[in-house]
Design a protein around this ligand. Structure first.
Ligand SMILES: Cc1cc2nc3c(=O)[nH]c(=O)nc-3n(C[C@H](O)[C@H](O)[C@H](O)COP(=O)(O)OP(=O)(O)OC[C@H]3O[C@@H](n4cnc5c(N)ncnc54)[C@H](O)[C@@H]3O)c2cc1C
Length: 416
């Protein structure tokens, strides 16, 4: 006999956890299934560990650049093992907070450690981490299974070996020369961080600019800022082969407009995007539709095409900036809670206005349209642009578009 609940949530991420607690508080019985770590990617191998390690990198950077501010200090020596231990302590405490919130403070929530697959539109099977499989049914099922690193098709990659951000966050040695494939938010964030730890860093980007969705002038300001710290960029270079030399050196061969380039380093980070964890859910058994990239299709209320089945967070795609993702994800969950638990009419999910906000040490905040966006019925009331040195060697840029006819057609894009 299957165990029946009011609600089943698959995945314990930014969306699943607040939704589970809100529904339990509203008197619903909730089964929350997690196959790996409670708290999902943000707490365990995304935002929080990255920001924690960035804080260590920032300390090293401040010491290294102190002389420019009139403070004499010896060159820093970074102990990566200690950096990783500190990071693990911080995220361990956060994970414990999630665990106690879900398991000790709310009897209405049953947390199951295992992998869920659909067996029908309103039923799932859980391969438990320990013990026999469980069958569950519920009239409401929320899919909150997130994403994983997308690995590009590059010849030799599997044999050469590579790191994803998850593995790099646990590396206790400092890479001598880190090659990063991908000049998106995550590649840049890790690039700056490891440069500040003391690695040589080369970022290889296939597009014509870093951060393909940002305005060109914003990207130029940011690239200059990172280059001033010693990060090297090879833009417009499409990697197609990797090889490993006898000494362990990794070489990436890329096509560029000016011919082939070979770039060698000691470690290779793949940061070329994310892919949704929808492929191992047996969605066909439920009849849930996905798009051509595997993202679950939802309407503005996060409903899939199957009645009673919702998709929350990164697994349904949405805003392109990973850095704005956590906020958007949690908001989505709260909206569903409003809709379902209280029977309220909730506003549609937030996608339009919020574009991006990234990085503590290089910061891009964006809202609404950028200079590159079309403003079909828009009218600029004003435009201003500022660039200048701040905080020593760092540059800065602030730009704003004035209010336009349509409220979603104005933008501000500070980079500092
Ligand atoms: C390196 C990195 C840095 C980031 N930095 C930031 C940042 O600074 N700011 C920000 O806002 N966002 C950041 N993000 C993005 C942010 O982490 C995600 O947008 C957010 O965590 C997504 O939440 P989610 O609820 O959709 O899924 P997740 O938090 O990914 O949770 C999904 C969960 O589902 C589980 N799961 C998957 N399949 C199954 C299954 N079949 N059965 C059971 N469980 C399953 C997974 O194990 C996982 O725990 C970053 C991401 C990465 C990778």
């Amino acid at each position: 006999m299957p165990d029946s609940y009011d609600v089943v949530i698959i995945g314990s991420g930014q969306a699943g956890n607040p939704l589970a607690t809100a529904l339990a508080d509203a008197g619903r019985s909730v089964a929350l299934i997690e196959e790996y770590l409670l708290g999902g990617s943000c707490i365990n191998y995304g935002c929080s560990p990255v920001k924690t390690m960035l804080a260590s990198a920032e300390r090293a950077h401040q010491v290294r650049t102190a002389a420019g501010f009139g403070v004499q200090a010896n060159a820093p020596r970074v102990d990566m093992a200690a950096v990783v231990v500190r990071k693990n302590e911080v995220i361990g405490a956060m994970r414990e907070g999630v665990r106690s919130n879900l398991t000790q403070e709310r009897p209405g929530i049953t947390v199951l450690a295992g992998r869920a697959v659909f067996t029908g539109p309103h039923s799932v099977r859980v391969a438990m981490e320990s013990g026999p499989e469980k069958e569950l049914t519920a009239p409401l099922i929320f899919i909150n299974t997130g994403t994983r690193a997308a690995i590009p098709e590059v010849e030799g990659l599997a044999e050469t070996g590579f790191l994803t951000t998850t593995e790099l966050l646990d590396l206790t040695e400092l890479p001598e020369h880190l090659l990063i494939l991908g000049g998106g938010y995550i590649g840049l964030e890790f690039g700056q961080m490891y440069r500040r730890f003391g690695s040589r860093v080369t970022i290889i980007e296939s597009g014509n600019q870093i951060l393909e969705h940002e305005d060109e002038d914003v990207c130029t300001a940011l690239q200059e800022l990172l280059e001033a710290e010693g990060v090297e960029f090879v833009v417009g270079a499409e990697a197609y082969r990797t090889t490993k030399g006898a000494g362990g050196q990794i070489t990436v061969t890329a096509r560029t407009r000016s011919g082939e380039r070979r770039l060698s380093g000691t470690h290779l980070l793949i940061a070329t995007g994310r892919t949704p964890n929808s492929d191992k859910l047996n969605l066909a058994a439920a009849g849930v539709r996905v798009d051509e990239k595997g993202y679950i299709k939802v309407n503005s209320r996060l409903q899939t095409n199957v009645r009673g089945v919702y998709a929350l967070g990164d697994v349904h795609g949405g805003p392109s900036s990973p850095i704005s993702a956590t906020t958007t994800t949690a908001l989505s969950a709260m909206r569903c809670w409003g809709q379902i638990a209280l029977g309220q009419a909730a506003p549609p999910a937030l996608h339009r206005l919020h574009r991006s906000a990234a990085g503590p040490h290089w910061l891009i905040g964006g809202a609404g349209a950028g200079t590159a966006d079309r403003l079909p019925r828009g009218r600029h009331a004003g435009f201003y642009h500022w660039a200048g040195p701040r905080n020593g060697p760092s540059g800065g840029l602030f730009q704003g578009l004035g209010r336009c006819e349509r409220p979603d057609n104005w933008g501000r894009h500070p980079v500092r």
